[in-house]
Design a protein around this ligand. Sequence first.
Ligand code: TUI
Length: 315
Amino acid sequence: MLRSRICDAIGIRYPIFQGGMAWVSDAKLAAAVSNAGGLGIISAMNADADYVRGQIELCRRLTDRPFGVNIMMLSPHVEAVAKLVAEEKVPVVTTGAGLPGKYMPAWIEAGVKVVPVVPSVAIARRVERSGATAVIAEGTESGGHVGELTTMALVPQVVDAVQIPVIAAGGIADGRGMAAAFMLGAEGVQCGTRFLSAFECGIHPNYKQKVLAARDIDTQVTGRRLGHPVRALRNPFVNKFAELERDPEVSDDELSAFGTGAVRKAAVDGNLQEGSFLAGQIAALVKQEQSAAEIVDDLMRGCEEILGNAADRLR
Ligand code: TUI
């Protein structure tokens, strides 16, 4: 069976993380993935500590396996949530959209394993020095907030730069992608988009339908002007945002205000016009609703089959 250092480091059966997605990754989805042998991750998004505490409690009721909390460094509640995860001794914290450096000593002191998302070699080296257990090297193929480098280019460079395990993310939605990530030296994968179609994922049905109907060219990155490029499925909201972004008459504050609340409108309300349906470039590979356990099994089987037969390709 395919195992790697990350399985032993955090006590999971399969080296598969479910990405922490704002307004998507709640305790129910996270617990389902953890129960399936992967690492389920609750998104702390922009929520306050009370919300996150409730989700941690619920997750602990639904699974006795390790799980994680993803902290978005731009959250207005980052201080309080950072303190909470240490108090709660959450098994794993992943971070995104910024550097977790100042919180890491307290987390590590509390026994929390820290696995930051890194968009570059320099940041990977930095968090390794600060005591990260592993890093998630996330390519620009991913949904949501994206870096510049592709998964194909980023992962092997990060693998060469650090000693700790590297989890590959961005553009991985099946066993082929997982096998490819391992060939690049990754020891695990993080999938977000694929889990949007999980039965246990409580997003609005319109969101699932949009993902299931997506083609290869249907995502677009907007928000570069604000310093926060975000990938989403193209729709009236994304088109309008792109138009405002190009318009020099529109201020950054106005642009930012236009985007506020759009992820919630997509995930909770299923608002096809005004919602921001975050998804990765791999959305078109997601073809059916399945349980989290079926998704984890499919990734593992597909990956093991390809890696097991890899030598047959050599003549
Ligand atoms: O964080 C994500 N994906 C996200 S966060 C999000 S919510 C959001 N809200 C408002 C603005 C932007 C996003 C939706 N999707 N992925 C992990 C990720 N982290 N990708 C890239 C990074 C990253 C970027 C810079 C990590 C560290 C970093 O440090 C450099 C710095 O200057 O802070």
